[in-house]
Design a protein around this ligand. Structure first.
Ligand code: ATP
Ligand code: MG
Length: 362
């Protein structure tokens, strides 16, 4: 059995640094590593509609933005398949069967969904589609027989839910589906990158993002306005690095060579942290350092994005071709699922024979 990746993003906005460190950067490395037989990247528009039913235009507009961000980061449709979820109706059918294998109380226990319900202010008016999106995510993953899902920490409960569905399905209907594993970022700061406001997660829905497509000025302004340690008022005051967003971002992005390039007075991030904690190091200096690093990361992405923006029809053609390829793969899995569940009546000669025997002598 080969190693297969499935992962994706909701087209609810452009992609941001959280996506980059949580999943995107890793995807590009894995795509180029040659260690995976197939890589599928899904633009999850159907899932995005579960909490944006009244604003389909937002989703429609953002599909191309997400595709541009992918290409700008180095995802390469020559090597992988990029597709749009709603173009694969087989995924809905799988979800319909999986729903029978999950209880309402199990869905209610999902901590990520709980937080998201609160964040969206749904209270008790939760759309059924939104409530059940972890089941739909199980169809996305299993349809492509994915072994590996590179994602941020918030996705852990979803992968666990998928694994349970796979085990239940295989136990009832026989070995059919593949149990996936989540591939979390290996750097703790990247598991859940905080927002520039210091809130727990950088998220499109919270407006606390640095987008991959932001201009150099926007990035600088965001960094200079970033949440640090509120107790660090004067330069000489000792400062905290835990919970200090600027240092969390440095943990996520800083590499040893950045010091020689942008801050040669220090040899390492540890040294910089020690100075900050001791007092005598101002926020502005640290923020300028972070800004230099982020500009270095983002500039090539921005430039490539502008190039891809020049031929939008080619991107839609790429997405169409990717969706056709993806559909073929999902259809093959669905056929296996139907066979395992024995709802492939018309292809089942044994069933027809058995039924005719049953009725013959009557
Ligand atoms: P929305 O607010 O619409 O849910 P989002 O910003 O949470 O958007 P998603 O499309 O839900 O983005 O997430 C796509 C992928 O990016 C997932 O693998 C998720 O774990 C990862 N991700 C999103 N935000 C972060 C973050 N702040 N840190 C690390 N990974 C993240
Ligand atoms: Mg999300």
């Amino acid at each position: 059995m080969g190693k297969i990746i499935l992962t994706g993003d909701r087209p609810t906005g452009k992609l941001h640094l959280g996506h980059y460190v949580g999943s995107l950067r890793r995807r590009v490395e894995l795509q180029n590593s040659g260690a995976f037989d197939r890589v599928f990247i899904m633009i999850a528009d159907a899932q995005a509609l579960t909490d944006n039913a009244d604003n389909p235009e937002k989703i429609r507009q953002n599909i191309i933005e997400v595709a541009l961000d992918y290409l700008a980061c180095g995802l390469d449709p020559e090597k992988i398949t990029i597709f749009i979820q709603s173009q694969i109706p087989e995924l809905c059918e799988l979800a319909f069967y999986y729903m029978n294998l999950v209880t309402v109380s199990r869905l209610q226990r999902n901590p990520t969904v709980k937080t998201e319900i609160q964040m969206r202010g749904f209270s008790t008016s939760i759309p059924v589609g939104f409530f059940t999106y972890p089941v739909s995510q199980a169809s996305d993953i299993t349809a492509f027989r994915a072994t590996t899902v590179p994602a941020g920490e918030d996705q852990e409960p979803m992968i666990e839910q998928t694994r349970e569905i796979v085990r239940r399905f295989n136990a009832i209907y026989g070995d059919t589906l593949v149990e996936p594993e989540i591939l979390l970022p290996d750097n703790a700061a990247c598991l859940r990158l905080p927002g520039t406001d210091g809130k727990a997660k950088m998220s499109k829905s919270l407006g606390n993002c640095i987008y991959l497509s932001d201009t150099a000025d926007d990035v600088r302004n965001r960094v200079m306005g970033m949440y640090t340690d509120p107790g660090h008022i004067r330069v000489q005051d000792p400062g905290k690095v835990e919970g200090n967003t600027v240092f969390t971002y440095l943990d996520a992005f800083c590499r040893p060579e950045h010091f020689a390039r942008y801050l040669p007075d220090y040899a390492s991030l540890d040294e910089l942290k020690v100075h900050y904690q001791r007092g005598g190091l101002g926020d502005v200096k640290v923020k300028k350092f972070l800004n230099a690093i982020l500009q270095e990361v983002l500039e090539p992405i921005r430039t490539r994005r502008r190039e891809f923006e020049q031929d939008i029809p080619a991107i839609y053609r790429m997405l169409k071709a990717g969706s056709e390829t993806a559909r073929t793969v999902a259809a093959a899995t669905l056929a296996d699922v139907r066979r395992a569940m024995r709802i492939d009546y018309f292809d089942d000669a044994e069933l027809i024979e058995e039924q005719s025997k049953k009725f013959k002598g009557r």
